[in-house]
Write a new protein. Structure first.
Length: 290
């Protein structure tokens, strides 16, 4: 019972991350589902896609209204990432893609995401000290090196999508730079567009997992609602606080979480690779209590 309610409380924190930072939800969701709620890895990845995809779609709506969603790039990049997400999910069903392999790949991805987040924030200048002719994206990312860089978007999109399907990571840490560098759009628009792409990736990934895992609909719904609540609160506060230092602190936090996942996976590998949500003590106790 404690794990059940703790998991839902952490789901609110996942939504806060998405609302405040525009990403980071998926890298928190999987450890919560696996280590706090005791859900098998493959099932937890599919649930992560449902939760993060739903919340990302919700967060994309106000971005759309503000004009920060580029439909052309979402179609070019998103179609490739959706294909990759579906293929990644089907790849996860192969016998040699064990829970241990997925968790190690997930932890490695978290380390890379944390490194990129910390490095970008260290390279940036505080907005109040920034000359008016210098934009934030010009600090964090180098200018595009080619005239037709956008042609590389489908290639990177396929790789990001594969990662999404395999380990449930939304890929916002890779999507936003790709849209800024290759798509040549402002970062604010890249963040809004990435939310729509993440939502589309999640749909494709869940579709790829159909028939290989069985989800608990009630648990998935309640966790999604908790994350959505956190996202609304995060979006509200995100317009009132500076997220620059918050992103750097979140990067260091990801390093810690990735280290924990690596250690637990190496020292105590998951037993088996059950594909169904067990009637775990937390979930079962919740159902019986009702």
């Amino acid at each position: 019972m404690l794990g059940y309610w703790l998991g839902h409380g952490l789901a609110i924190a996942i939504g806060l991350s998405l609302g405040l930072l525009g990403g980071g939800g998926s890298v928190l969701a999987l450890p919560v589902l696996v280590y706090v709620m005791g859900i098998p890895t493959k099932v937890a990845i599919a649930m992560t896609l449902v939760i993060v995809g739903s919340v990302s779609l919700l967060a994309a709506i106000p971005q759309w209204r503000r004009g920060y969603v580029n439909l052309r790039l979402a179609l070019v990049f998103g179609s490739a990432t959706m294909l990759g997400a579906y293929l990644g999910a089907r790849l996860a069903a192969l016998p040699w893609i064990t829970d241990t392999v997925q968790l190690l790949l997930f932890a490695s991805t978290m380390m890379i995401a944390a490194f990129l987040m910390i490095r970008r924030q260290q390279r940036s200048t505080p907005p109040e000290l920034m000359p008016p002719e210098i934009t934030l994206e010009s600090q964090l990312y180098r200018p595009p090196a080619c005239k037709y860089c956008w042609l590389w978007l489908p290639t990177e999109g396929l790789g990001v999508g594969l990662l999404t399907g395999l380990v449930g990571v939304g890929g916002g840490f890779a999507i936003v730079p790709a849209l800024v560098l290759l798509g040549k759009i402002p970062m604010r628009q890249a963040i809004g567009t990435s939310l729509l792409i993440i939502a589309a990736n999640s749909v494709a990934g869940v579709w790829g997992y159909l028939g290989t895992v069985t989800l608990d609909p009630r648990l998935t719904l309640t966790l999604t609602l908790a994350a959505a609540l956190g996202s609304l609160v995060g979006s509200y506060w995100g317009r009132r606080v500076s997220t620059q230092k918050l992103q750097q602190a979140f990067g260091y936090f990801l390093v810690v979480i990735a280290g924990v996942v690596l250690l637990k996976t190496l020292l105590s590998p998951p037993q088996g690779s059950s594909r169904d949500v067990p009637r775990s003590n937390t979930a079962a106790a919740s159902v019986e209590g009702k």
